[in-house]
Design a binder for this molecule. Sequence first.
Ligand code: ADP
Ligand code: ASP
Ligand code: MG
Length: 469
Amino acid sequence: MNDLLVMKFGGTSMGSAERIRSAAALCEEAWRQRPVVVVVSAMAKVTDMLLEALRHAEGGDEAGLERLLRQLDEKHRRCCNELLEGAARDRTQRVLDGILEEFARIARGVLMLGERPPRSVDEAVAAGERLSAAMMAAYLETRGVDAFAVNGWDVIVTDAVFGNASPLLEQTREKAGAMLRPALEKRRLPVVTGFNGATLDGRPTTLGRGGSDFSASILASVLDAAELWIWSDVDGIMSADPRLVPDAKVLSEITYREAAELAYNGAKVLHPRTLAPLMEKGIPVWSRNSFNPSFPGTRIVPETKDGPIGPRAVTSMTNVALVSLDPASAVLSGTRIMARSLEALAAANAEVLALTSSSYRQNFCFLIRQSELPAVIEKLEETFSLELAHGYLHPIDVDLDVGLIAIVGEGMRGQAGLAGRIFTAISREMVNIIAIAQGSSELTIAIVVRKDGVEKAVRAVHAECALGR
Ligand code: ADP
Ligand code: ASP
Ligand code: MG
């Protein structure tokens, strides 16, 4: 099975009956030549709708919940009707009804409790991928492909961090191998739901928003795949988000480390954790466009042919928060405060996107995702309750009006004057730089600016480094 190909289709690639047909054609073409495992996302917007339904339920808004349930039903019913006919359609519609009924049952439970426990949310939102996998598998069958739908929670074993679980790779290798290898040997085509897994004792989890990329890379790793192809709606990994920078160009090749830095710093085209499971084995990843399948896309590999050539891409993030801690008394050791803060961040399960400190004033600030802010503040206030109560520490300051820009490329460190040119290009746009985190990673320069300056700064840096077409 050393020719195994894992292919993942994102939400837009599964977004309608027509898109599912195109995706299925790509699956079939590959499957006729080699063993294939397919991983699918929910149809575009469906995960958002499911989460919104649960929020309505939690807030006691029964009408809002029922409206979303109807919309979800209509969307999938229409897709199923357009995709399939006759007995296959009726059979698949019954499967869809069953999945939506399970979702509705959990959502009504949330409505009754007025509470949305993370583990129920994870079980509930898995519905999105289960619905799309059922339709994809059924459609492939009508094309003569021996496809079958698989629930991610039957193959991917994770820890119990609901909403942002991490895979247990050894256990996943066993479970996925036992479930998928015999099928692959019989030339069957598994269509696995992305985004979800389950703990060792079988409780459903999810891998974080956008996590289907991660599901696919986990499976590619544990099944020792030859390649992973990630099908999205752009021609590959580009020098910037084409929505922000019209002349962004597709990169034909980038390294794992570059791709990972881009993803961690906001390039939505890849889930940040996608590359980790593949690095050790050097499994190549292609980022490709299901709307333009004749284009080769971007190849992500351990080393590129051109070697490290400096800045390759610029990316940004605006859903972030800058949290500052400032000792009011010189009696406090800034280093100790920093150490305890990092422990608090770890306890909150948050990721530090950038960190800067001042040695003189002993104050420091770090950038985190806004979604992680409530948990972080809770843990920080708990950790420093005494210092805050006695005024040894100024009140924790949170700045939401910020964004992060990151310039990424191997070999940047060696380029004299580059940082200066980048800062000058940003200032020329009258955008103030709030914090700089260079050097933590030798292939990234991260800069925090005011939120309304992010887009201007991205374009300025892209032009200054001549990254475009
Ligand atoms: P999918 O649903 O297939 O997982 P996503 O919406 O998650 O797709 O990711 C694709 C989107 O990522 C693109 O439409 C593009 O706007 C955005 N994007 C952000 N940065 C980049 C980049 N550097 N290169 C390519 N796309 C990017
Ligand atoms: N459907 C999930 C999400 O929207 C996972 C994914 O699309 O990758 O976050
Ligand atoms: Mg995605």
